[in-house]
Ligand binder design. Sequence first.
Ligand SMILES: [Zn+2]
Ligand SMILES: [Zn+2]
Ligand SMILES: [Zn+2]
Length: 326
Amino acid sequence: MELRKDPITRSWVVIGQAERASERESPCPLCLAIQSDSRSLLDLPLQGAPQVRVYPHFRPFYRVEGEPSRSAEGIFDRMEAVGAHEIIVETSSHERPLTELSDEEIERVLEAYAARIADLKRDARFKYITVLKNHGAAAGEEWPHAHSEVAATTFVPRRVLYELRAARDWYRQRERCVFCDILRQEIRQQARVVDSAGDYYAFCPYASRVPFETWLMPRVHNHQFEAVLPGENRRELARLLRRILRRLAKVSPNYHLVVHTSPSTLQTKGELTEYWRTIAGDYHWHIEVLPIMAARSKSYSLKEVYFNGTFPEQAAERLRQIDPET
Ligand SMILES: [Zn+2]
Ligand SMILES: [Zn+2]
Ligand SMILES: [Zn+2]
């Protein structure tokens, strides 16, 4: 595996054949890992019983060893696929999806997200830590057992880089955070807000890429997801996430979830340093949930344009009407 940079869009592409399971593995490797007490990177039990455990990925995209030294190939840039790739097992019970967990259990999952981001950010080789979850076969989930993935990379993924650039430009012109501005307007208009808990809000973004796309965001500005304080604060985020995912489950059982947080700012040289000067003020962490509807082929084609057949105002209205507790 190696990383190649597109000199035009400046996005990195992982090239090479990743080892994948050819079919559903049986018995479940996540159950096996928990039962065998094999080496876990993090163990967050609940009331003495195992709940969340983090393991190195069995078939990693990135290798932890080595230096991400860039080399030139003529005018092009390439790097070794150095990074970390981990699995967060969300519950020891094979049958329970994230939406069936209690607020307290989901809080543990969020704690694991934060702990792994904070820990991997201490490694100066890594520029960005991605936490994501693919739920359902159509989302490309690897195992049916509830889990999320962590990937530490030596580059910032393209979508996050777009957000960082836009947020910095907005801040330069207005000295305000674009995400704070968006959320303030959403709360005022109430057209696309789906739900809230404490200081956290969930809404369908104005230019949703797919039907029922939903973002979760804190009203109080913070650029780092891993800075969400334990206790009541994190419990409220867990409650909101559970209610949102349970609503979405009624319209689409498959979804992608991704945490967008500030990149690592340890590196003081390189292409990104100019971003760090205002990052604490200009970037704002959030969680994006992208449901996968049946007609997914229409959502993003070679034309690189999203076609969304559902107005986000209607999506939000529909999601508000669904009772998340039934
Ligand atoms: Zn299992
Ligand atoms: Zn903000
Ligand atoms: Zn984002």
